[in-house]
Design a protein around this ligand. Structure first.
Ligand SMILES: [Ca+2]
Ligand SMILES: [Ca+2]
Length: 475
């Protein structure tokens, strides 16, 4: 009896010790941030001291990371369920994973942590928001967390005119960009009143005032640099307009491309009206200003972690949900399968593992975050995960890691990328593109009809999914 009692006691102690050893996770989503981050080098003008400091302190730059889909809803649904859009039918912003027969019963990442001994808490945009019966604020993924806090705050722009920037949409344009593509300075010049700042402060306060009984999975969503680009004037002042340099583009870039309907590719409407008004520098400046505001919020959050008792046992995974075009391929926005839409900033800090000031060139995908995090935390594998853990790469960031990765967009749109070549196909009309990033990083020259690239095309083409789930019901 006594022996049995002691062994039970030992098991309990061992169990507690095991729980104490589990690392915490700080999972940080940033909405619509492309590679315009100092340590990613996407735009040498950008000022992102907090993200650069994070890199200097062990937040490794995952330089070749890609989204599983190139717009908020499906990107987030996919990385949070661990399943590609072509397997769940969650293709667009108007499809909620909770209505999708192939997605609704999957355990999302926060739920997986919660069912494996973690306290899952969140504030800010992690899931895409959808209307939902009985939920006044809509379905924001509240159900996926043990503790969920509605974000709040925000200050409007000084001008009551819309658009503030004075760049009206073309008549008949009903797209989101018709009203949403806008910029201007906010009332009060005070970043601390902005929603993302308040969200970051909230997170820092939790980390510095609470004794979590369980290891935590804290998901923090920051909403900038998503449109509209309304931030305090001081951020605009950091980027004198006459010093703004535009990305180099070539005028006939679209001439070698057919779009998903099999028609010649065209510039998007937003680009055309900025072009017509001659205001590209202002648009670029507004995005830069909004990034630097966002970076200040990241600083509040990460300094908060650094000052807390959780600094040395918390894994940080920070990611943008897809890229953003600012003039490349004559577009503003996302939703394409080109590099500027697919590639994302991803940074990972595993205390004691990831080196300081390090850039890793392995090819990874946001859908890999789910299996990587559960692997890092010693949780059992989830057989439903489409992605693959890159824990080995985190331990050996210079190893070769270029298994081709997939990005989906809409029904039938796929891109296969292996670190050098990208192959894009829209299966409905069979239109294809192929780019060689070694000599063409901006994807200016479509090589799909070049016989020299035939074998490469065939190698990547066989990796395109052949089974596609129909689009799941709209909200
Ligand atoms: Ca987004
Ligand atoms: Ca071209």
């Amino acid at each position: 009896m006594k022996v049995k009692y002691i062994s039970v006691l030992l098991m309990l102690v061992a169990g507690l010790a095991g729980a104490a050893e589990k690392p915490n996770v700080l999972f940080v989503a940033i909405d619509d941030l492309n590679d315009w981050v100092g340590c990613f080098g996407g735009n040498p003008q950008v000022q992102t001291p907090s993200l650069d400091k994070f890199n200097a302190e062990g937040g490794m730059v995952m330089f070749d990371a890609h989204a599983s889909s190139t717009v908020c809803g499906p990107s987030r649904s996919s990385l949070l369920t661990g399943k590609y859009p072509h397997k769940t039918g969650v293709y667009g912003n108007t499809t909620n994973l909770r209505n999708a027969p192939k997605a609704k019963d999957l355990l999302t990442l926060p739920q997986y942590f919660s069912t494996h001994g973690y306290h899952a808490l969140s504030r800010g945009k992690i899931f895409h928001r959808h209307p939902w019966p009985g939920e006044e604020m809509g379905d924001q993924g509240q159900w996926a967390f043990d503790e969920w806090v509605q974000d709040k705050g925000g200050v409007g722009p000084i001008s009551k005119e819309r658009p503030v920037c004075g760049l009206p949409a073309e008549p008949g344009d009903t797209s989101y960009h018709a009203k949403g593509f806008d910029w201007g300075s906010t009332v009060g010049n005070d970043e601390t009143k902005m929603k993302d700042y308040i969200t970051a402060e909230w997170a820092a306060e939790q980390l510095n005032t609470r004794d979590f009984e369980k290891p935590f999975f804290m998901a923090i969503g920051l909403s900038k640099p998503h449109l509209p680009w309304y931030v305090p004037q001081k951020y605009f002042d950091m980027y004198p307009l006459d010093e703004i340099e535009l990305h180099k583009t070539i005028p006939n870039d679209l001439e070698d491309i057919l779009n998903k309907y099999g028609k010649p590719a065209k510039p998007n409407g937003t680009w055309l009206r900025v072009e017509k008004a001659g205001r590209h520098k202002e648009a670029v400046r507004a995005y830069l200003a909004t990034i630097t505001f966002l970076d200040d919020c990241v600083g509040v959050l990460l300094d908060g972690l650094e000052q807390s008792k959780y600094a040395n046992n918390t894994i940080v995974m920070l990611w943008g949900d897809h890229g953003w075009h600012l003039g490349e391929k004559q577009r503003y926005g996302k939703t394409m399968l080109w590099q500027e839409s697919c590639r994302v900033p991803l940074m990972v800090k595993v205390p004691g593992v990831t080196p300081k000031n390090k850039r890793c060139d392995g090819v990874v995908n946001l859908i890999d975050m789910y299996p990587t995090l559960i692997d890092l935390c010693g949780l059992p594998k989830n057989p439903e995960n489409d992605g693959r853990s890159f824990v080995k790469l985190l331990h050996n960031p210079d190893m070769q890691w270029n298994t081709p990765t997939l990005s989906d967009y809409n029904y039938g749109g796929h891109r296969i990328y292996d670190g050098r070549y990208s192959y894009i196909v829209f299966t409905e009309k069979g239109t294809e593109e192929l780019y060689d990033h070694q000599n063409d990083p901006m994807e200016w020259h479509n090589q799909v009809n070049n016989p020299e690239y035939e074998q490469i095309k065939e190698r990547l083409k066989v990796l395109v999914p052949t089974q596609r789930e129909p689009e799941s019901p709209k909200n």
